[in-house]
Design a binder for this molecule. Structure first.
Ligand code: ZN
Length: 66
């Protein structure tokens, strides 16, 4: 798998939306590719922040003016 393909799948990988085969391929790639594993780390941080924000503001409780 190429890095570009891995990067496209990283967010799904984090959300556990991939089948086992693809997850294993990504796992293997991440073990050998420093740049992709770094991307995964920073993406994981971003996702955690997004989840934290959505925990603070569950859908429906935001006061949105439309
Ligand atoms: Zn890579």
């Amino acid at each position: 798998m190429k890095c570009e393909q891995i990067q496209l799948l990283l967010s799904q990988y984090l959300d556990n939306e991939l089948d086992e085969l693809r997850r294993k391929k990504i796992d293997r790639h991440l073990q050998t590719c420093a740049s992709c594993s770094q991307d995964l780390t920073s993406l994981a941080k971003t996702v955690r922040v997004l989840h934290a924000v959505s925990d603070l503001n569950p859908p429906g409780t935001t006061t949105k003016k439309e």
